[in-house]
Design a binder for this molecule. Structure first.
Ligand code: ADP
Length: 588
């Protein structure tokens, strides 16, 4: 076993190396100072034709390199079913009109568009008719509700960090309330220069967010008692050295399309939004920490600031405005001497890692809902990623949004003070790409997508960033755990009973002098009692496997890590399918 752990450790060290190599391929692009010089000399001599030409050629070369499939949306006669939709109709109707796509009725159509509140309805709609109306491609992954709260995201990221500490370091350290109150107080009182931001669990578009100046801020009452704690809050380390755009803090809203959970297939859209604050950024002091226009990038807040700048009609050419396109912000960063290709690559890597963290949990909840029909459930999902960049060009995932805003209107103040609502050309431009191209890709089967598009290549505005193959070995460990859980559950996914769980102990590789068969019963009972559920769900199962792994290997291996131990247990258990498939009556 020690030998196994050693070879596994070597493998993993190699993976780390590979990972670093991946990062190093970034050095193909000019480094910061080189780029700074190049951009500077270009800017200083605008009339310098040769340089201008070289710059253009370089740009052209880059564009040529991009491998892309171009699909004219009009050439695909899609029909969209809006039967369960109540929101987001303006953008969908706009896209349908533009491409002359038809509206489908009843259970017909290519795409079933369902809005944020319709997941349940869509589930009913599809679940009941799934076997008959399998051609419908549904615009929500049912399990995605899981990632719509910050607490859930936090707990998944904490789990991944526990297993892959060097990889999952892009989500700021987060405490959930009230569970982590004591740990937070301890860290806060160390006062080691870190600031903290408190946010309501569910996205509130900036409302209720504050920077914690004293522990008392976390209570609804002057009494520092846990019963008065602001319960549905998370507290997060505040990224206090943000990269600035026009001297202002900003974040990116990027759109990620998932078209298949197994194999995991995902894309990033080339376009997105940059949302700026409306007051110049300064390091946190007690006098500025409540200034939301300096510290929070939410559009919904900043649009009320007197410094708010609406984007110009020519937003693709003029890089101005409190809300801009991703492309526009990248142009400005490039001019500032920032190594934008490197930044883009880092952002993509971060998103890929994040997705590998959440996808197995999404798969689990999707399987709980769809049971044995889950593979036939034809779903896709557009997720909004909010990403903050620090001055070391490190991307931080601040929040993900399972229902990113598809609003394409904005309120404009007239000169006489009255207000009017009109279409925002910028939002319409970005969000049309995001949705229209998602439809075009989602109607292809996973196999077709892998064969016809392929990793690293674009289909219209989307670049495939995951093609089912984990970019780092073992990053699919949680997928294997879902497989194992499913094997053990048998026909009823989501409810693992004690008898089935204890079949693991039939595998001679999974018992030793430290862990005997009866320990399996004890482990099961202990977790079941804690969860107050009759059977183990996936999260309980994970806890049970961790417990088994620890007991089986901890005291034996000097280089024990949770990741290695769980990998061993899962691999051994999956290698012995005959153990798990024995008829129920033949236990042990
Ligand atoms: P909401 O769901 O209400 O929009 P977010 O988590 O997106 O909440 O936070 C709102 C804004 O606060 C972000 O857009 C960002 O500007 C700022 N912010 C949030 N968390 C952090 C953090 N950890 N460090 C720095 N700024 C943050």
């Amino acid at each position: 076993m020690l030998q196994f752990l050693n070879s596994d450790f070597q493998q993993f060290t190699q993976q780390d190396k590979q990972d670093k190599q991946d990062e190093n391929t970034e050095t193909e692009v000019p480094n910061n100072s080189q780029r700074q010089m190049r951009v500077k000399s270009f800017e200083e001599k605008p009339a310098n034709k040769p340089l201008n030409l070289i710059f253009q050629m370089l740009l052209q070369k880059k564009t040529q390199k991009r491998q892309q499939i171009k699909v004219d949306p009009k050439s695909i006669p899609l029909s969209i079913n809006l039967s369960v939709q109540v929101q987001e109709l303006p953008i969908i109707r706009k896209i349908m009109d533009k491409n002359e796509w038809k509206k489908a009725h009843n259970f017909d159509g290519d795409i079933l568009w369902c809005g944020p509140d319709n997941v349940q309805q869509a589930k009913q709609f599809t679940y009941d008719f799934a076997m008959v109306f399998m051609n419908l491609c549904i615009s929500r992954i049912p399990g995605a509700k899981l990632i719509s709260t910050k607490k859930e995201t936090t707990s998944i990221m904490a789990k991944m960090r526990q297993y892959f500490p060097s990889i999952y370091n892009f989500y700021p350290k987060t405490y959930t309330m009230p569970e982590d109150l004591h740990e937070f107080i301890e860290d806060f009182e160390k006062k080691d220069g870190i600031s903290y931001i408190a946010k309501p669990d569910k996205g509130t578009q900036g409302q209720g967010i504050f920077i914690v100046s004293q522990i008392e801020d976390l209570f609804n009452n002057s009494v520092k008692d846990i019963s008065y704690i602001k319960k549905n809050y998370i507290i997060q380390e505040y990224i206090s050295n943000p990269l600035l755009l026009d001297d202002k803090k900003f974040d990116f809203r990027l759109y990620v399309l998932i078209t298949s959970l197994k194999p995991l297939i995902a894309y990033i859209n080339e376009e997105g939004l940059a949302r700026l604050c409306t007051e110049n950024y300064q390091d946190i002091t007690s006098s500025n920490l409540s200034n939301v226009y300096m510290h929070l990038t939410n559009y919904s807040l900043n649009k009320n600031s007197q410094n708010f700048i609406i984007h110009p009609p020519d937003f693709q050419k003029i890089n101005l405005g409190t809300k801009r396109t991703y492309t526009s912000a990248k142009k400005t960063l490039m001019k500032m001497g920032i190594d934008v290709p490197k930044l883009k690559l880092r952002i993509e890597q971060t998103i890929v890692r994040f997705l590998y963290g959440i996808a197995p949990f999404l798969l689990n909840s999707t399987r709980e809902i769809y049971q044995d029909k889950w593979e036939k459930a034809n779903c896709f999902h557009v997720i909004g990623f909010d990403i903050l960049i620090d001055r070391d060009l490190k991307p931080w995932i601040i929040e993900i949004n399972a229902n990113p805003s598809l609003e394409i209107t904005q309120v404009i103040q007239n000169s006489n003070g009255s207000k009017r609502v009109e279409t925002s050309s910028l939002d319409a431009y970005v969000k049309t790409k995001v949705i229209e191209d998602a439809f075009i890709i989602a109607i292809k089967t996973p196999q077709e997508q892998i064969e016809q598009i392929g990793k690293g290549k674009y289909c219209n505005s989307y670049k495939m960033i995951i093609d089912g193959q984990p970019p780092i070995e073992n990053l699919d460990l949680f997928y294997k755990l879902v497989d194992l859980y499913s094997n053990l559950c048998g026909l009823r996914y989501g409810n693992l009973n004690q008898m089935r769980f204890c079949r693991l102990a039939n595998n001679p590789q999974l018992i030793n002098e430290l862990l005997i068969k009866s320990d399996y019963d004890l482990i099961y009972k202990k977790i079941q009692l804690k969860s107050l559920q009759p059977d183990l769900n996936f999260v309980g199962f994970l806890e049970a496997i961790e417990s088994i792994s620890e007991k089986l290997l901890k005291r034996k291996a000097s280089n024990y890590t949770l990741q290695k131990a769980v990998t061993y247990v899962v691999n051994m258990a999956l290698k012995a399918p005959q153990q798990n498939q024995r008829p129920l009556t033949a236990k042990r």
